[in-house]
Design a protein around this ligand. Sequence first.
Ligand SMILES: NC(=O)c1ccc[n+]([C@@H]2O[C@H](COP(=O)([O-])OP(=O)(O)OC[C@H]3O[C@@H](n4cnc5c(N)ncnc54)[C@H](OP(=O)(O)O)[C@@H]3O)[C@@H](O)[C@H]2O)c1
Length: 431
Amino acid sequence: MKTIKVGMLGIGNVGSGTYLALEMNSAAIEKSAGVHLEIAKILNRRPDVKRAVEVPREKYTSDPYEIINDPEIEIIVEVMGGIEPASTYMADALRAGKHVVTANKAALAVNGEMLQKLAMENHVMLRFEASVGGGIPIINAVADPLVSNQYDEVLGILNGTTNYILTKMTENGADYDDVLKDAQKKGFAEADPSGDVEGYDTANKLSILISLLFGKGILPGDIPTTGITSVSGIDISYATEFGYKIKLIGHAKKTPDGLTYSVEPTLLPLAHPMAAVSNEFNAVFVRGNAVDELMFYGKGAGPLPTGSAVLGDVIDIANCIAKKAAFDIQPLLHYDSKLPSIGEGSSQYYMRMTAIDQPGILGHIASTFAKHDIGLQSVMQRAGDNDRKTSVPLIFICYNVERQVLNACLEEIREEGYATSIDAVMRVQDR
Ligand SMILES: NC(=O)c1ccc[n+]([C@@H]2O[C@H](COP(=O)([O-])OP(=O)(O)OC[C@H]3O[C@@H](n4cnc5c(N)ncnc54)[C@H](OP(=O)(O)O)[C@@H]3O)[C@@H](O)[C@H]2O)c1
C-alpha cells in the first residue's frame, strides 16, 4: 500500500484534532482510499509544551522549511492561523510542488486568489474546507457537485461565539456582558473576543464564500461589518414581538444593480430555517438557480469537527495522488469582473429610537420617513420607562430602502429634535 507523507504547520487545536482524527480513522481510510497516510513532520516552535495529542518527539521541527522542502512530503497542512507567516509558507509550499490544505480563513480571505493561482501554476491542489464553518462540508459542496448552479444569495451564521451569545441573550433575557463572561468561562469565547464579536471572523468567511459563489474578490476590510456588541436585550425582545430572531449574519446577494454584501446583526423571520440555528452551531443557507434553497448545518469549530474537515481534504488529495487522477480546482479566482460590487445595497430595516413624549411627535417622524420615500411596514410606540415620562421608545420596521437613504433620513430626524437618540438600526431579512 502506498504511503503518502503529510507535513503539518502548527499543532494547536485544529492540528491536534487533525492528528487525532487520523489516529481514530486510519484503518478505515486505508480500506476506503487504499493509501496509508503518515503525518511525517510537524512544525512546533515549543516542543516542550504539552499538547493535546501524544506525538513522537522526532516528528517535531522548529524549521518550517524542513517540511516545505522535504522531497518525501507531498501534502502540507497549514493550521497555524494568522495571515503571516502562514501565507508565505503556503505560497512556498505550493511553489515547491506540495498540495496545501488549510483551515486559515484570515489568510485565504486576503491571499486566496494569489495562492489559488500558484496552485494552478504548479499543478497541485489548494483545499480549504475547514476555513468556513469548521466541520460543515460547505466549501467542497458548493465548489464541486453543485457547480452547475448560479448562486443568487448566501446567508451565513459563521461564528459560534456570537451565535452562542445571541442565543443565550434571547433565551434568558440576559445582557451581553453577562453572557460574554459565561461564554468565556465555558470556553465558547476567547479572552480577547474582539475578532468574533466585532464580526471580523464572519467577514473573513463571507469573503471566501463570495469568492466561491459569485467569483468576486471582496477583501474582508471592504465588507460593511457591524458586530454584536451593541445588540441589546431590549432589541431582542422587540424583535421577538415582531416575529423575528436576531442573528449575526454574513449576507451576500446578486441584485440587478450588482452584488450586495454585509456582516451585521440581522432580524430573521422566525419561520426562516436559519432562525432555528442556536448556541455554538453554524449554518450556511444558499439559493441556487437550479438547486433552489439549501442549508448546511453543524459545528463550526472545535478540534475534532474542524480536524475532520482538514483530514477530509487530505484524503481527497491522497486519493487523487494514488489514482493518478487529475487534480480538481477549488475556484478562489475572481472571474466575474462584470458584476459591480455595491456593499450594503437595499433592505428592510428595524429601527429603535428614543423620542420626546409629546402629542404629534410620531406624526412628525412619520412624515420625515415619507419625505425620503421610506415606507413603514410596522410601527410600535411603548410607554416610556422613565418616571417623568419625558421620552418614549419608538420602534419601526421599514420596507426596502438603500442604507445611505435611511441614514440620511435618520440624521434628519435627529436634527429635527423629535428623536433624542437613534438607538438601533438592523437589517431585516425578507425571506
Ligand atoms: N479552533 C477552531 O475550532 C477552528 C475552526 C475553524 C478554523 N480554524 C482555523 O484553524 C487555524 C488554527 O486554529 P487553532 O484554533 O488550531 O489555533 P491554535 O490553537 O492557536 O494553534 C495554532 C498552532 O500554530 C502554531 N503557530 C502559530 N504561529 C506560529 C509560527 N509563527 N511559527 C510556528 N508555529 C506557529 C502555534 O504554536 P504555539 O502552540 O507554540 O503557540 C499552535 O501550535 C486558524 O487559521 C483558525 O482560524 C480554527
